[in-house]
Design a protein around this ligand. Structure first.
Ligand code: FES
Length: 151
């Protein structure tokens, strides 16, 4: 815990104590820890002099922020209109069943986080599943299972 505290201090020290830096600081904490813990949220707000409600509003607005630890691998099943029509929901249900995790949650072993998203801009490849930073286009149950096995 002491090391974690030192790490957060080094992040805080990079920014002047002003509320203009709230989003940048939250982004750095998210990047460093994979999520923003209640303790870190308080430290960030204290540092820049912003109310917790302001930070809370930012975190709620941007999907890139998480208040819970994220899995080692991020799986995002596209459920935009085109992907939904081409079976995206079936892929999401397969992930829930095989990984034993609900949408928006992380597996108990912290290996996978499962989310759904609305159109990732690759409709020609529908249905699309993002696995970490990569796209699995024209995905089906078989190709998705194979991709997950490799992880
Ligand atoms: S709807 Fe899935 S990429 Fe556009």
């Amino acid at each position: 815990m002491k090391k974690a505290r030192q790490d957060i201090d080094s992040i805080l020290e990079k920014y002047p104590r002003h509320a203009h830096h709230l989003i940048s600081l939250l982004q750095d904490v998210q990047e460093a820890y994979g999520y923003i813990s209640p303790e870190h949220l308080t430290l960030v707000c204290d540092h820049v002099g912003a109310p917790l409600t302001q930070a809370w509003a930012i975190i709620s607005f941007y999907k890139s922020f998480s208040l819970e630890p994220r899995g080692e691998h991020e799986i995002k099943v596209c459920l935009g209109t085109t992907c939904h029509l081409k079976g995206g929901d079936r892929l999401a249900r397969m992930c829930e069943r095989d990984l034993e995790v609900k949408r928006g949650q992380t597996t108990r072993d912290q290996r996978f986080s499962l989310d759904t998203v609305k159109c990732v801009g690759a409709c020609a490849l529908a249905p699309v599943v993002m696995v970490d930073d990569g796209y699995l286009g024209k995905a089906n149950i078989h190709s998705l299972k194979e991709r997950l096995k490799k992880l």
